[in-house]
Design a protein around this ligand. Structure first.
Ligand code: PLP
Length: 398
């Protein structure tokens, strides 16, 4: 059996995927059907994986736990920096100075901290929509308007409207651009040409870019990723966020790498954020950056196959669904507008009728349309079961 075929029971582990969806997706209201008994539900919403983390992580954690003192910990020495630098150099041909690297307790906390440091209340924050919901949550929290730059959807592919981006970045109130690269939920990797234009437009208009590259390691096997900052080695207006959390299914350990090249922003970051790190998380992150390459290679192969299964099932049973295997991420973004009306709440529909927890387009700030985001980082048998249920609901919808 393939290591990723194993079904792991996550009940009673306080996992958001299984136990937290009611509050996150439905604000506590699931009165219609699955009111108390969630057995039989298939969770394919939040972006973590149903797979066991690699032994490169667990062994490193066990080793750290065998030292029985867990006092305040910071990333004092060179070892973690070296391991992560080797990772980015080997995979992306990108390096950065040690003083630029900061460890945060996640990309989400970093988004909230950075917006606070870069924007005054009333300033505007830009992003490409549909988009990851926390870009808006962070802007809302600081009384900043999140300005949507709607992606153009042409023949099943997403493109940036650069005229629109130029106009919106030229607004003197625009101070920050949340770039998601690879992009959640569309799975698009922005090309070097697109990145070049994004960078030039923002730098010219003095708009700081936070390039959220948390999904960058999860590429289809024929794809490559270029960190935005690699294309602009002389600019210090680009902050890069990467993490072992998506790549190695370690989101609960809450550790992300935030690369801040600008000395003033760095000083502000150091003053306002806690540099403490969980010693077990640090050990795991160090372990996977040193020894996680092989596991990631196998994972990517499995995900590629899952996407092929999904594509074939859709072609066979819902031929008018618009779906393209994403360049990156384990998130499938499927347009069902040929089958379902705009009035339907998709998240609710598939929970109630299929017992499959997915996120509908309405969860992605704006421009989500009649689309669903399905997390395919699960055992293939589970994927097939979920697809059967979802296809049945779509076909029977009247
Ligand atoms: C684009 C993007 N950024 C950030 C996060 C969350 O980051 P973290 O778990 O490090 O806070 C996610 C999780 O889905 C994401 O998709």
């Amino acid at each position: 059996m393939n290591e990723f075929d194993q079904i792991i029971d996550r009940s009673n582990t306080n996992s958001l995927a299984i136990e937290g969806f009611v509050d996150y997706l439905f604000k506590g209201d699931v009165s219609k059907s699955f009111s108390s008994d969630y057995t039989g539900l298939i969770s394919m919403w939040v972006a973590d994986m149903a797979f066991a983390a690699p032994s490169a992580a667990t062994n490193a954690m066990i080793k750290r736990i065998s030292h029985p003192v867990f006092g305040y910990t910071m990333n004092f020495d060179e070892r973690y920096y070296r391991a992560f630098l080797n990772w980015t150099e080997k995979r992306y041909g990108w390096t950065f100075a040690k003083e630029s690297l900061h460890i945060s307790s996640g990309v989400i906390p970093a988004l909230f901290d950075l917006i606070d440091q870069i924007c005054e209340p009333g300033d505007k924050v830009l992003t490409l929509t549909p988009a990851y919901g926390y870009f808006k949550h962070a802007a809302d929290h600081h009384q900043n308007e999140l300005v949507s730059c709607s992606l153009k959807f042409v023949e099943g592919e997403y493109f940036i409207d650069f005229d629109d981006l130029r106009i919106k970045t030229a607004d003197p109130k625009s101070k920050l651009f949340f770039l998601c690269h690879p992009h959640n939920p569309t799975g698009r990797i922005w090309t070097d040409e697109e990145l070049q234009l994004i960078g030039e437009i923002c730098i010219k208009n003095k708009v700081v870019i936070v390039s959220d590259e948390i999904h960058c390691d999860l590429l289809r096997n024929n794809k490559t990723h270029t960190p935005l900052a690699k294309l602009f080695p002389d600019s210090d207006q680009i902050i890069t966020c990467m993490a072992p959390s998506k790549t190695f299914n370690l989101a609960g350990l809450m550790l992300a790498n935030i690369i801040i090249p600008n000395p003033e922003l760095r000083a502000m970051w150091q003053k306002r954020t806690q540099a403490f790190v969980n010693p077990i998380s640090l050990a795991a992150a160090h372990g996977v950056y040193e020894n996680g390459h092989e596991w990631l290679h196998r994972l990517r192969g499995y995900l590629d196959e899952n996407f092929s299964v999904l594509e074939n099932e859709l072609k066979a049973h819902l031929p008018d669904a618009i779906f393209k295997i994403p360049d990156a991420t384990y998130l499938a973004w499927i347009d069902l507008s040929a089958y379902l009306p705009a009035s339907v709440n998709l998240t609710r529909l598939f929970l109630d009728e299929a017992g499959v927890i997915i996120e509908g387009g309405e969860m992605f700030i704006s421009d989500g349309g009649i689309r669903i985001r399905m997390n395919v980082a699960c055992p293939r048998s589970q994927l097939k079961d979920a697809l059967k249920r979802v296809i049945k609901v779509v076909k029977n919808f009247n």
